[in-house]
Ligand binder design. Sequence first.
Ligand SMILES: [Mg+2]
Length: 163
Amino acid sequence: MKKISEKMRVSFDLDEVLFVSPKTHKTEPDLIFPLNKIFKERLRYGTPDLINSLQKMDYEVWVYTSSFRSERYIRCLFRCYGVKFDGIVNGTRHQKEVQKGHKDTLPQKLPSHYRISLHIDDESIVCTMGRQFGYNVYQLEAQDDDWKEKIIARAEEIRKREF
Ligand SMILES: [Mg+2]
């Protein structure tokens, strides 16, 4: 059993998970000018609601992306939507803290390194590596009107089992 004070961590990939194309997915409304010129990414519909709900339920919510967008850029963009992450791992941080000193290439993401219990990603390779490297993944890709309920259910199931 882990200490009660330790909150369970859930992380989200950005590209194709929280950032999606309005051509294939329902999205949150565009930001107002001039913010929409600075932040061109479009958020999957329901993103602020899901993240805020998870945090209200006492989860920590992180971003884990292989992209090299800066932490500051990510924080500013999401702040415009009323979202504040508990932690952010981008490609730079991953290379410095996870990959450094390893001769062989580790997986592109290693949520267990950051004590993340559930990671949401679109890429099959990230999902299949989970078993080997000890992390739980939820694969999310296409438009899904029930993604909020499904992810919360998965997180609750893990929290009941592991915390
Ligand atoms: Mg992705």
